[in-house]
Every structure is written in structure tokens, then in C-alpha cells.
Design a protein around this ligand. Structure first.
Ligand SMILES: [Zn+2]
Length: 121
């Protein structure tokens, strides 16, 4: 069954963003943290995804499209979250950054705040 699942995952043209993080299937990942899953799935809280439905793709900062990379690595609104990240994080790929618990905790808080803000607008 795992081989079949892996083959379907490998051959599918869908879920490219998620494949970036998870090249191999793994039943242990079936449970997860809701806020991190928003990022791994590439949709949900992030404005760029919502724009497809609502035509409102600007980030809450108003300076860029609210894509995941902008939100997590660039947006001024979340600068305080990134201050504690280790030196050199700007050169690290998102996939690598997300292996760090401190970054994962920041992403959870960012997504939580985005969802709260999103509900307020
Ligand atoms: Zn922004």
C-alpha cells in the first residue's frame, strides 16, 4: 500500500508546493498542526490563495502579494517573529527553515494572527 501511495504521489502533477516539503509519503504525517498545515498545503490563511476566491491578494502590509514566501521571510509585519531566528536564516530555504522548532513556532503564530486578522476584515 505504501508503494502504491508513493507512486501515485510521485506521478501526480498536483500538490507541487506540498511535494517541495514532502517528497516521500509517510503515514506518521497524517496528524499535524493545523497552522503549519496551512503552509505545507499552500493555501488557507495566505492572502495569495484567498485571492483566487476573493480577488484580494494583497498582504496585510499592503506592500506585496500575500504569498507564503513573502509572508514568512519578508513581510515587515512579522519582523519581530524573525528576530530570534538563527543568524543566516535569510539564506536558508523555507524547507530547511521549517525543520527548526523556533521557526515552526513562529509560523504557527503568524498563521494564527493572519487567520484572526482575516476574520476581522
Ligand atoms: Zn506583507
Amino acid at each position: 500500500m505504501m508503494n502504491s501511495w508513493q507512486n501515485r504521489w510521485r506521478d501526480s502533477t498536483k500538490g507541487r508546493w506540498t511535494k517541495y516539503f514532502f517528497g516521500d509519503v509517510n503515514a506518521k504525517r497524517l496528524r499535524g498542526i493545523f497552522h503549519l498545515n496551512q503552509l505545507f498545503a499552500g493555501h488557507g490563511a495566505f492572502k495569495a490563495h484567498q485571492a483566487r476566491l476573493l480577488d484580494k491578494d494583497k498582504c496585510f502590509c499592503g506592500k506585496a502579494v500575500g504569498a507564503i514566501l513573502h509572508t514568512i521571510k519578508e513581510c515587515k509585519l512579522w519582523e519581530s517573529q524573525r528576530k530570534l531566528w538563527l543568524h543566516g536564516w535569510t539564506d536558508m530555504k523555507l524547507k530547511t527553515l521549517l525543520k527548526l522548532q523556533l521557526v515552526r513556532n513562529s509560523v504557527i503564530q503568524i498563521v494564527e494572527k493572519i487567520l484572526t486578522k482575516g476574520l476581522d476584515t
